[in-house]
Design a protein around this ligand. Structure first.
Ligand code: RNT
Ligand code: ZN
Length: 408
């Protein structure tokens, strides 16, 4: 099957071997928070801040040991180069508050990441599931003690990120997302944004090592209970990032449903060296459904591949479903991302771009349709085989469910 597919793609000028070799090396940062419904390990028992998990499928990881075991199992079923994306709320054994977190609270994660052979660790300050999310505000709070607490938390996170980068010998992306906003029509849309701006300035002035840490800001249009106003909006963060030489993170659940992140990637690549992504699947709203091999995901992957931006676009996953087996959710989403990248790699983009420039839109349309029925599946299977995996990850997960998850 693979040999036939190889020949068929060759007719289009596509080298399947080169595609497979390239795919193996594109890192995907996998979120730890799919394993425990975003609860964390530092004392929170419920999610807050406009994000929501639904469902109570049995077997959720309830502690560090269980989460590690689940990550180890799930990651072993995923192909490609993997990074671990941690939230600060996953500190291990911390007896201090989040503003005082130190590298030592994350050493166990570093040991684990090395043990299972990950490329690196990425990091996120956690401004939700905490008592200091006061009146729904963190870095934009008018309460100076609250605002400072979260500034200090972010600074602590930058230093922990330096530690991750040093230990893993791989740059660490620190993504700042805050839930701040208002449910109903605000009286002042500017001042909270000025406070957020001041907070970010203070955080970036802490003197972190830019050769080791990449800072990104993640905008959002709205959240549950924060429907009318989001302090960290798209325009706010894009301008802040451009002026302060940091990175934008685009979460494809964070825009109006008729806006496409696939189109925003090349817009930002015209100005930025790097663009970070949270790949998710928003069903009608920012619902964070498991990522599937769908059209918009394919378009996102195409923009990364055809613009030669696999080193510039930092791919991270961000979804959580508590309604199905959590390991299966993890693997299905990661594999969907990999499939989309392979699909994008199996295309003669130079030819298509030339057709566009020659204004031969007729051939362009026909050619793009032809690609859709080429034997993609045979190449995907071959890739999995070479990664010592198969498409059947579910049998293994069901076994783990029976032997481990069902006993929790
Ligand atoms: C929320 C953002 C944010 C979170 C994670 C847990 O809407 O997408 O990235 O999902 O940080
Ligand atoms: Zn996100």
């Amino acid at each position: 099957m693979y040999n036939l597919a190889k020949k068929e793609y060759a007719v289009y000028g596509v080298d399947t071997e080169a595609a497979i070799a390239k795919l193996k090396d594109i890192p995907v940062s996998i979120h730890c928070w799919q394993g425990d419904d975003v609860i964390g390990l530092d004392g929170s028992d419920a999610l807050s801040g406009g994000i929501q998990t639904t469902g109570n499928y049995p077997g959720r990881a309830r502690n560090f040991e269980e989460l590690k075991a689940d990550i180890k199992k799930a990651f072993s079923l995923m192909p490609g180069t993997k990074r671990l994306n941690l939230h600060a709320s996953y500190a291990v054994g911390a007896t201090v508050d989040r503003d005082k977190y130190e590298p030592k609270h994350f050493k166990a994660w570093v040991d684990f990441a090395k043990e299972i052979g990950l490329q690196g660790i990425d990091f996120n300050p956690t401004m939700f599931g905490h008592k200091n999310m006061k009146d729904g505000l963190s870095l934009s709070s008018p309460d100076e003690n609250i605002r400072k607490f979260w500034v200090n938390h972010c600074i602590a996170c930058l230093h922990i990120a330096e530690y991750f980068a040093t230990e893993m010998n791989s740059r660490c992306l620190v993504n700042i997302w805050i839930p701040d906003g208002y449910k109903d029509v605000p009286a002042d849309r500017l001042t909270p944004r000025l406070r957020l701006k001041a907070s970010l300035d203070e955080i970036l002035a802490c003197g972190y090592d830019k050769s080791k840490v990449i800072v990104a800001v993640e905008s959002k249009v709205f959240g549950i209970g924060v429907e009318s106003y989001t302090v960290g909006s798209n325009e706010f963060y894009q301008n802040y990032a451009a002026k302060n030489d940091i990175c934008c993170l685009l979460d494809n659940g964070h825009y109006h449903p008729l806006e496409y992140v696939s189109d925003k990637i090349p817009a930002l690549l015209a100005f930025y060296d790097r663009v970070a992504l949270h790949v998710t699947r928003g069903v009608r709203w920012d619902s964070d459904h498991v990522v599937l091999f769908e059209d918009e995901l394919k378009e996102i992957a195409k923009e990364i591949v055809r613009n030669d931006a696999t080193d510039k676009v930092l791919i991270g996953l961000d979804y959580f479903d508590a309604n199905i087996n959590r390991l299966s959710a993890w693997v299905t989403g990661q594999m969907a991302m990999q499939k989309a990248l392979l699909y994008a790699l199996l295309c003669n983009h130079a030819e298509l771009k030339e057709l566009q420039d020659k204004a031969d839109f007729t051939t362009l349309m026909v050619r793009q349709e032809e690609y859709k029925t080429l034997p993609f599946g045979a190449v995907w299977k071959e890739y999995l085989k070479r990664e010592n995996l198969t498409e059947d990850y579910l049998t293994e997960i069901r076994k783990y469910e029976k032997e481990v998850l069902s006993r929790r």
